[in-house]
Ligand binder design. Structure first.
Ligand code: SAH
Length: 418
């Protein structure tokens, strides 16, 4: 039988979701097409055998990490023994045809990147949305498939809050609910992670911090209970207890609570305490890291926290306790001795004392400093100064929290002439 006898011809394809976990899939070819196909196969848990004389660096990285097996040679029909599926990712039509022929003989479905008509299976354009996978076949036109896929993806992204995303999980967690500690990013609402945004659209209760981008909250469905943690009327200690109580109570009532926090939940965000409170109450809790202002705010102000030949380290420190306070856990004199980048959060109030301490312990007065207020937002303001005058300059400029202070030569690394 020739391979064309089993080609689908004009008949419609029959869609399936292949469950490839631990099942052998052979990929023939080690170039750009294979590089694009392999990750989804690995994601599906397939036992991938790659047959190719040479590999791209990305494929070699999978081999080096032990994620798949590589035969460094040309294809031989016996490579298909025990396989459930074969992906042909070679340019040479004769080589591809010989793989197809071996697959047809063994009744193994064969995807061909080079020739859709000769293939016995087609790969759809895919979008994944949590547990939901949408696969689109474009009737022989991959670009049409991608256009439809993009439209579906946008629709799902916009409406995911109203989708039954994981009924099984929701059913399971009903009696206990669950909590996600989600990093909202530094201010620009687009700097939340994909996962964070998905969970936010699935939330039934959102407990939000003061620094969380307002636009993210604007888009919540009307039936979502929004708790503004910055409006809880107690002192700092009681307020945290109260937040913990709100999160745990809602989850114990069977609801999905997203605790949305500025930047990353564990960078001076008390996320750890909230996690422990959930754990103590037996509430399942996950953490979704966020883009921290400590790195992102300097970046958008033109300051890379490391730079080749300039800084090989960056240290992130909280300035909310004065350097001479008995409550300080920071060894400022040790930080003064470092050459690299110092990123200070919550440092404006104590900036004069911090700068004086760094100077007193040897950091040069001409060390460049940038101070960035409300970074990544429309209200972003930056001043550049040096360690000896920065406190006065910040006062003169009227900068206010939230602001990130960056100390070190990286401040000038990207400025013209540096
Ligand atoms: N978890 C947060 C930090 C919380 S501490 C994170 O990972 O980013 C709050 C401090 O973060 C503020 O006082 C300020 O120093 C800094 N900060 C947060 N967002 C900021 C922004 N958009 N611009 C400047 N500083 C910011």
């Amino acid at each position: 039988m020739s391979e064309r006898d089993v080609a689908p011809g004009g008949a419609a394809p029959y869609p399936l979701g292949l469950r490839l976990h631990r099942r052998r899939v052979v990929v023939v070819g080690g170039g750009a097409v294979a590089t694009r196909r392999v990750p989804a196969l690995l994601d599906a848990g397939a036992d991938v055998l790659l047959v190719a004389p040479e590999l791209t660096p990305a494929l070699r990285a999978h081999v080096d990490a032990g994620r798949l097996r590589w035969e460094a040679r040309r294809f031989a029909p016996a490579d298909l023994d025990g396989a459930w599926l074969v992906q042909v990712a070679v340019d040479d039509p004769a080589a591809a045809a010989s793989v197809s022929a071996a697959a047809v003989e063994r009744r193994i479905f064969c995807v061909r990147a080079d020739d859709r008509e000769a293939a016995t299976a087609w790969t759809p354009a895919v979008t994944r949305h949590g547990p939901v996978t949408v696969a689109v076949l474009g009737g022989g036109d991959p670009r049409r498939a991608m256009t439809v896929r993009d439209a579906v993806r946008d629709l799902l992204a916009a409406r995911s809050g109203s989708l039954p995303t994981d009924p099984a999980a929701a059913g399971r967690s009903r009696p206990g609910g669950r909590v996600a500690l989600v990093g909202a990013g530094p201010g620009d609402p687009e700097l939340i992670t994909v996962k964070g945004l998905r969970l936010l659209t699935e939330a039934e209760v959102v407990v939000a911090d003061r620094l969380v981008p307002g636009l993210l909250l604007d888009e919540l469905r009307a039936d979502v209970e929004l708790v503004d943690a910055s409006k809880i009327p107690y002192g700092p200690a009681r307020t945290q207890e109260e937040i913990n109580r709100i999160i745990v109570d809602r989850a114990l009532a069977g609801r999905f609570v997203v605790r949305l926090k500025g930047g990353d939940p564990y960078v001076f965000g008390r996320g750890g305490e909230e996690l422990l409170a959930c754990a103590a109450a037996g509430v399942p809790v996950t953490v979704v890291p966020g883009v921290t202002s400590a790195v992102a705010v300097p970046a958008v102000a033109g300051v890379p926290v490391t730079h080749r030949a300039v800084a090989h380290e960056f240290t992130v420190v909280s300035g909310h306790v004065a350097p001479d306070s008995p409550d300080s856990l920071v060894r400022w004199e040790a930080l003064a001795a470092l050459r690299g980048t110092l990123v200070i959060l919550m440092g404006l109030k104590n900036l004069a004392a911090i700068a004086a301490t760094l100077l007193a312990h040897g950091r040069p007065g001409r060390t460049p400093v940038a101070v960035v207020q409300e970074g990544t937002t429309g209200a972003q303001r930056t001043i550049r100064s040096t360690l000896d005058t920065v406190a006065a300059d910040v006062t003169a400029a009227g900068l206010r929290p939230p602001a990130v202070v960056v100390v070190g030569d990286v401040v000038n690394a990207l400025t013209a002439g540096a």
